[in-house]
Design a protein around this ligand. Structure first.
Ligand code: GAL
Length: 693
């Protein structure tokens, strides 16, 4: 087990008390200095107390090799600090200057066909390049030496969103590093041969030098799955090694200053194993951008909960989100009125003690000029800036009310998320391309919310086995270690929900034999001989299955051929006889040791799960709020202090109509919400009320 770094949080400037950090990325180098004073005036007006500076400033800080210009940065940091605004200072290494890449084109990363990523945007560097590392560390050293005693710098922002654009590099440097990584992980080439199953298709290797990155193999061909899985692990580790090199250098010069790097945790964002990276930061920080449309609030809450799980319930930092539209989707939807404030408070509810944006002032040139910001193109006289000011006041009120002494309360239910299961299920030679890991945890989180339960989303390496109930949603890889935990958990009284496509393979992606789910068949009490994927790409092919409770399965069903004597079948499929699924068990509950395991053998989606949950929860003995209609209208999140005698109840309206709920306490914040004479609170669509009890 990797040792976690001790939790450390950026401390307030001298003479100030702890507040919720509030601000954003600040790029003063994009503006003439006349604008800076206006920035400070507006930051003060909005209640901003922290900004991240210098993230993309390498070319301005080191305009020529070895020539450093800190004057401008000194001036702005000084102005900020004197105005009481703390600085989260970047290592500034995210985007190398032209002089560097022209002198050393060998630092540019290569894609899987060998094409070189040219300068012109950002992050055009190889994580494994020794040359790039040397230059980046030289900059880190200069930054740390120059700012080591600066009283206004409260944290290091190391690089930026590692791997956002350079996750996979297939260069010669990467090849060597991949060989070394394999040596470290497996020791001998025979162990690699075994792990990757190289007896298949004549892929046997005699020596580590025969290991090459999974480069172009021709369209429509299939890469060795074990190798591809390890390549994803390696790529996450290669970036992590680079981060650690930067971190350790900064730390050696400024040992007392907390460090972080901004993650990109969202429901579908699975490039980097952030749970693993969570061990390496002093505090977790995340960048989250909203999903437009009907899943907006739920996806945000889900991602924020997973971030809290990765932070192991320590406070975390929302490093970036947007006030409104982004610029990088094909269609960049605006936020609806109220969503700016509501979204921020959604993150706060889930354990964030810092709310920051990309970015402070909207750019007038460059690739992000259409990305919204705290100060939009329209300027101070704008709804967005008024909302930013309102949020500043809300955060101040929450801090005054004591929210910083609370953390996200532990739910009774854990939904498990696993980066490696996602990576393995992304392979292109699987039972169906329609099914991957990540969508299933989100569907469960939403279905629980529909039934009035706000689950915790937690990584597979965390403490899911300490919850009253836990869900393994399409956790395709189950290592021996996780298998043992599953077994112990249920044997000792845990209530485990398991779905289709869980426990199919071990950590090498070797199938657990004897019928699926091979490693936990006895725990769940089912045996599956075959899968029944569904789709619409062929006329007349099976495209859905109806269950006896009226729920409908799409995309995937297990052909369950036997159930244990200790199991009870709750639902079966209803289908035409020739399909071979009529009467096949779909939802089962099994007794195992002192606990119970439910098995859901098909993809029901959020809707089908929400429909099936009341019965399933009953059968599992998990108490749920009374099934009155509208129980899922409000997303309820609680933050509690350690003694358990102060709780902040966050009430978010999930619907498109006003909802009224009892307040039973002091309403500290109401956004698109108001208290009624009878002590209840009415929350409009996109509204939120925060009640202290
Ligand atoms: C992030 C990045 C920021 C900005 C933002 C726009 O990925 O860290 O610098 O580009 O996206 O949404």
């Amino acid at each position: 087990m990797t040792q976690r770094r001790a939790f450390r949080w950026p401390q307030p400037l001298e003479g100030q008390t702890a507040r919720i950090w509030y601000g954003g990325d600040y790029n003063p180098d994009q503006w003439p200095e006349e604008v800076w004073d206006d920035d400070i005036r507006l930051m003060t007006k909005a209640g901003v107390n922290l900004v991240s500076v210098g993230i993309f400033s390498w070319a301005k800080i080191e305009p020529r090799e070895g020539v450093f210009d800190f004057d401008w940065l000194d001036r702005i940091i000084d102005k900020l600090g004197k105005a009481g605004i703390a600085v989260d200072l970047a290592s500034a290494t995210a985007s190398p200057p032209m002089w560097l890449t022209q002198a050393h084109p060998e630092v540019l990363w290569q894609d899987y066909r060998g094409d070189v990523c040219q300068p012109g945007a950002r992050q055009h560097w190889r994580p494994t390049s020794p040359v790039f590392r040397e230059y980046a560390l030289k900059l880190c050293r200069a930054m740390a030496e120059h700012y080591k005693d600066n009283p206004y710098v409260v944290a290091w922002h190391v690089s930026n969103e590692y791997g956002c654009h350079n996750r996979f590099d297939y260069s010669e440097d990467a090849e060597r590093a991949f060989q070394d990584w394999c040596k470290d992980r497996y020791g001998t080439i025979d162990a690699v041969n075994d792990a990757w199953g190289t007896a298949f298709w004549a892929q046997h290797m005699n020596d580590f030098t025969e290991i090459v990155p999974p480069r172009f193999i021709g369209d429509g061909n299939f890469m060795n799955p074990g190798k591809l899985l390890d390549w994803k692990r390696f790529s996450s580790d290669a970036l992590k090694a680079f981060y650690i090199a930067e971190r350790d250098l900064l730390e050696s010069i400024t040992p007392g200053r907390p460090l972080t790097t901004n993650f990109m945790i969202s429901a579908g964002g699975t490039g980097i194993d952030y749970d693993d990276w969570g061990n390496e930061v002093d505090f977790v920080s995340n960048d989250h951008y909203f999903t437009p449309g009907e899943s907006h609030l739920d996806e945000l809450a889900y991602s924020a909960s997973l971030t809290d799980g990765i932070a192991r319930k320590n406070p975390w930092f929302l490093m970036e989100n947007s006030t409104g539209a982004v610029n990088w989707r094909p269609i960049n939807y605006r936020k609806e009125p109220g969503q700016l404030v509501r979204d921020a408070l959604g993150h706060l509810a889930m354990g964030a003690n810092a709310i920051c944006y990309f970015q402070w002032r909207q750019s007038k040139a460059g690739a992000e000029k259409f990305h919204t910001a705290m100060v939009p193109h329209a300027g101070e006289d704008s709804q967005d800036f008024r909302d930013v000011c309102e949020l500043g006041e809300d955060l101040q009120r929450l801090a005054d009310a004591g929210v910083l002494d609370t953390k996200l309360a532990k739910s009774r239910v854990a939904v498990v998320f696993d980066y490696e299961s996602e990576w393995a299920t992304e392979h292109t030679a699987t039972p169906t391309q329609q099914v991957r890991h990540w969508t299933e945890p989100l569907a469960w989180f939403r279905a629980f919310a529909d039934n009035g339960i706000t689950a915790d989303v937690v990584p597979v390496r965390s403490d899911w086995d300490t919850y009253e109930a836990a869900v393994l949603p399409s956790v395709y890889l189950l290592s021996e270690e996780t298998t043992r935990r599953v077994r112990d958990y249920v044997a000792k009284g845990g209530k485990l929900f398991v779905t289709y496509y869980t426990g199919i393979s071990d950590e090498k992606d070797h199938i657990w034999l004897g019928g699926y789910p091979g490693s936990i068949r006895d725990v769940v009490g089912v045996r599956i001989e075959e899968f029944a994927p569904m789709g619409t790409d062929f006329e007349g092919a099976l495209d859905h299955l109806e269950l006896t409770n009226g729920a409908v399965a799409h995309d995937f069903a297990d052909v369950i051929t036997s159930v244990a004597d200790s199991a009870r079948v709750l639902e079966t499929y209803k289908s035409d006889p020739w399909v071979g699924m009529n009467g096949v068990p779909a939802i089962i509950v099994n007794e195992y040791g002192d606990g119970k395991a439910a098995y859901v053998g098909c993809r029901l989606g959020r809707e089908g799960l929400a429909k099936s949950l009341p019965e399933l929860l009953g059968a599992m003995g998990v108490e749920a709020p009374a099934g009155e209609t509208g129980v899922g209208d409000v997303l309820r999140v609680e933050r509690t202090n350690e003694a358990g005698d102060v709780t902040f109840h966050f009430l978010f309206n999930r619907t498109h109509h006003a909802v009224t709920v009892p307040a039973d306490g002091e309403v500290v914040v109401a956004s698109l919400a108001h208290t009624d004479d009878d002590g209840s609170v009415t929350i409009d669509p996109n509204g939120v009320a925060i009640v202290k009890r």
